[in-house]
Ligand binder design. Sequence first.
Ligand code: ATP
Length: 303
Amino acid sequence: MAAIEIHQLYKRYGAFSALENINLSIHPGEFFALLGPNGAGKTTLISILAGLTLATSGHAKIMGHDVVSDYVNSRRNLGVVPQELVFDPFFTVREALIIQSGYYGIRKNETWIDEILHRLDLTAKADTNMRALSGGMKRRVLVAQALVHKPPVIILDEPTAGVDVELRQALWFFVNQLNREGHTIVLTTHYLEEAEALCHRVAMLKQGKIVALDSIRNLINGIQGCSIQLRLSSEALPPILQEWPGSRHEGLHIFKIKDYFQVETLLAILRSEHIQVLEMQLQQPDLEEVFIKIMGAESSDVS
Ligand SMILES: Nc1ncnc2c1ncn2[C@@H]1O[C@H](COP(=O)(O)OP(=O)(O)OP(=O)(O)O)[C@@H](O)[C@H]1O
């Protein structure tokens, strides 16, 4: 059974198509990234999975439970950390978590609440009123709220947007731990290096369609060649190198190379032109390069 199963899902707002024929199966225990530029449809998809928005057509299931016809059970299996900082300013952190537990019919949840507070480094703030918390602390409470019912599937919608480096690392350490303990994690983020470091597989959404769905390794391997960054003793390039594919950035020459033999060719040309290499760095393709390439290409639906 898939942790998340999405079949021929469409969402339209009038004539506008926010999601088009989404088909996706996320396995239990996966750490999955949902990527796409602003407005691609990520939050809409998450809202449908959380039962907050109705799809125009198609189906979605969480741990085998349909998000519409079996809403209670699908919601019990899902924890969502929303993008917006929404909270009730009248309660303390602990009270907010007790109330959230009540939504799931859980009465005695103190032990687990204490554990999440501890793991999110919120224990000292447990009795602080929500309105007195910093933005970063509120973000931690949102994560805690999503976990009160110990859901096997956790979706995080841009949890690190506007968050400082320390909290970002603490959050990822925690989410990684949850994943190792068996939770399925789905993450949306605009920080591609974050997705690359954490996730196994990725779906890229563009204008409501899935335009790439593969492991991060396969997507990166699909990019041919790499580039070599050089700082040279001469700013001007000899004519033979002006033809070489590449670019310039802040005094650095970036040469595209198809394979490592080309490095030798490039260095031999520089030597024969009496140009010295002052700095050299090899750049392997990364997820960002894949993303830019896919988002720049004409839409091709892979679902
Ligand atoms: N209630 C609505 N009525 C009309 N259009 C909507 C509504 N909600 C979302 N949309 C549109 O659907 C598209 C997808 O929006 P969505 O918020 O899902 O994108 P996103 O990928 O989450 O973007 P971001 O990265 O900015 O959060 C957008 O063009 C948005 O304007």
